[in-house]
Design a protein around this ligand. Structure first.
Ligand code: ADP
Ligand code: ZN
Length: 609
């Protein structure tokens, strides 16, 4: 049985091996069990319900919240020769009717449907008549109010279990905290589901943080040698996305803006141009991304500070779905933190403000920290990254310099202590730094903090340097921000210990200037003949345009790279090429073989090892 799965994987999807947990999920599903699967973006969830659908008799229903995604997936399945269709509100009445009668004739193996559509009028009879063998719920976190994307229609899905108690259910998501996980299981009434949780590590993504001083210039430097790659720049404000798209267009890049304030026509058009590789860069607010299935996004730049780490993980996660290397760059400045902190302080609800504050400090710890970015991100999902050096983040490949920070740490901590002792109230970071550097502010004089023994003992360092020290001490747990109306600094027990015992301490040099622009190593890159690749890409585009589908429906980048590396001049030589299933080989193989043969008439082959 296992070999049959592998054969389908090869002949239909054109892949040589399963991604982690795919086989296990598929086998559990074919054994008739309920399944709960938590896989990161790009982990290959779709295959987990698509492939088993081809190995069972009857119809597999896929519930999906996003109309655009349905068409996309069905296009891709049809290109691979799978009898798949979808039903949603975008179809004309005659078209929907024709698909419905196809379902009654059992013509389809897979039906994608939105939850509201599935549970419409005569659905009960329909489901019985259609010989439904399995139901897969994609984006299952939409069922939970605790998720970030609650869809009330998803709650209706609970009825499925009662109506069809014998049909196994499987639930898939990329985002689930323990609470959301519980919700999914309860609301769908999963029965002793086989549970699969994959690692959230995205090994093909590299992570880098740069201090932001001249962001446009930094972005342009980043874009050098990335002219033909697709990428997303995330900005906080709508206006910023438009300004940036204009600035980039003015410099010859094909860039468009995307935010919730655009007319829906324009928004759809810009997104479509990006999906079709006609526009390479989208400058977007976080409104962009949910449901963007584009596999060849090669980079994501955060022009402004993301709100929290979960969001940062999701947004960077849109890069490199195809498994090829992709780069994530975060431009970070203390000013951005201050801006966010200002918004956070204005939140009136106590609990919400506290949550936002915690999230902001987690975010800034990530950005300023000197430990592996990957392990920090994974730690956020309670996952321990088992390797010391990930080899693909700035902190691992270019470790930050450290210095003997014993004295500055003592000065800072004792200043926090003195201020607190003298006034019986705490103050924020800025005030501490002003006392240390001997500022003559009205507040300092009013509280008499200029009389403290720690007043002015830190004149040898600049304020930004002191702030960096303060933040690192926070990260190390020596001081903490007290909960309350204002973020007030307090010495922790560890901080007291440190002062008492005069321990030695090494601190990290702050990131003051952009570090050497050495490219991070790209794990898993497929070396190939780049000139041939460019030709194959334009052929792919032509074929895709003729069919009115995005380029990746024809072939993904990894497939083109393999072609531009192995130079198959006939379809027979294309066996084993990644992403080359039987149907696609028959349909597109000859055109690509011809293009390669023609290229070889005037170009030599390059050798790759
Ligand atoms: P998810 O929904 O989990 O984010 P997708 O199902 O969209 O991920 O898959 C991401 C990409 O990986 C797609 O381009 C898909 O075709 C590809 N993929 C899935 N499974 C495999 C596999 N076993 N080998 C190679 N590529 C795969
Ligand atoms: Zn690392």
């Amino acid at each position: 049985m296992s070999d049959e799965l592998l054969i389908t994987l090869k002949t239909v999807f054109g892949y040589g091996s399963f991604r982690p947990l795919q086989r296990e999920i598929i086998e559990a599903s074919l054994a008739g069990r309920d399944v709960f699967a938590l896989l990161p973006t790009g982990g290959g969830k779709s295959l987990c319900f698509q492939l088993p659908a081809l190995h069972r008799t009857g119809l597999t229903i896929v519930v999906s919240p996003l109309i655009a995604l349905m068409k996309d997936q069905v296009d891709q399945l049809q290109a691979a020769g799978v009898a798949a269709t979808f039903l949603n509100s975008s179809l004309s009445a005659p078209e929907a009717r024709s698909r419905l009668s196809g379902l009654h004739r059992n013509e389809w193996r897979l039906l994608y449907v939105s939850p509201e559509r599935l549970l419409l009028d005569d659905w009960q009879e329909n489901l019985r008549a259609w010989n439904v063998a399995a139901i897969a719920i994609d984006e299952a976190h939409c069922i939970s109010e605790w998720g970030h994307d609650f869809r009330p229609e998803y709650r209706q899905l609970a009825k499925l279990r009662d109506l069809m108690p014998d049909v196994p259910l499987s639930a898939f998501t990329a985002t689930a905290t323990e609470r959301v996980r519980q919700d999914i299981s309860t609301h769908l009434k999963l029965r002793q589901p086989a549970v699969f949780v994959a690692s959230f590590n995205r090994p093909n993504l590299s992570y880098r943080v740069q201090p932001k001083n001249d962001p446009l210039k930094q972005l342009l430097a980043f874009l050098k040698n990335r002219e033909d790659e697709s990428g997303i720049v995330y900005c906080t404000t709508r206006a910023a996305t438009e300004r940036l798209a204009e600035a980039l267009s003015g410099r010859g890049y094909s860039a468009r803006a995307y935010h919730a304030g655009l007319e829906s026509d324009e928004r759809a058009r810009n997104q479509d141009l990006f999906l079709r590789d006609e526009v390479h860069i989208i400058c977007a607010t976080i409104a962009f991304g949910m449901g963007i299935n584009k596999p060849n996004v090669r980079w994501v730049v955060h022009y402004d500070l993301p709100k929290n780490l979960a969001g940062y993980y999701q947004e960077t996660g849109r890069a490199g779905r195809d498994g090829l290397p992709a780069d994530c760059l975060l431009l970070f400045s203390g000013g951005d933190i201050a801006k966010h902190a200002h918004f956070v302080d204005q939140i009136t609800d106590d609990r919400e403000r506290q949550i936002a504050r915690t999230q902001l400090s987690e975010m800034s710890h990530y950005a300023e920290g000197s430990t592996c970015r990957r392990s920090e991100l994974l730690r956020y999902f309670n996952e321990v990254f088992p390797v010391d050096n990930c080899g693909a983040c700035d902190n691992c490949t270019e470790p930050r310099e450290t210095y003997d920070g014993t004295l500055p740490a003592q000065k800072f901590l004792s200043c926090v202590y003195r201020v607190r002792q003298a006034s019986r109230f705490g103050t924020g970071m800025l005030h501490i730094v002003e006392v240390l550097t001997g500022a003559e502010t009205e507040r300092i004089q009013r509280f008499g903090h200029d009389k403290l023994s720690t007043y002015g003992i830190g004149r040898d360092m600049s304020r930004p340097q002191w702030i960096a020290v303060g933040r690192e001490l926070m990260r190390l747990g020596f001081v903490a921000q007290a909960e309350g109306e204002f973020p007030v600094l307090e010495l922790t027990a560890e901080g007291m210990e440190f002062l008492k015992h005069r321990r030695k301490l090494r601190l990290t040099k702050p990131m003051e200037t952009p570090r050497a622009k050495k490219a991070l190593p790209r794990a898993g890159a497929i070396e190939c003949d780049e000139i041939l690749l460019a030709r194959l890409k334009s052929l792919r585009k032509r074929l895709a345009d003729q069919r009115g589908v995005p380029a990746y429906v024809v072939f993904g980048d990894a497939t083109l790279r393999q072609l531009a590396r192995q130079y198959p001049e006939s379809v027979d030589q294309m066996d084993g090429i990644f992403g080359m299933g039987e149907k696609k080989k028959a349909e597109f193989g000859p055109a690509f073989a011809e293009a390669i043969a023609e290229y070889l008439q005037s170009n030599g082959r390059l050798a790759f090892d």
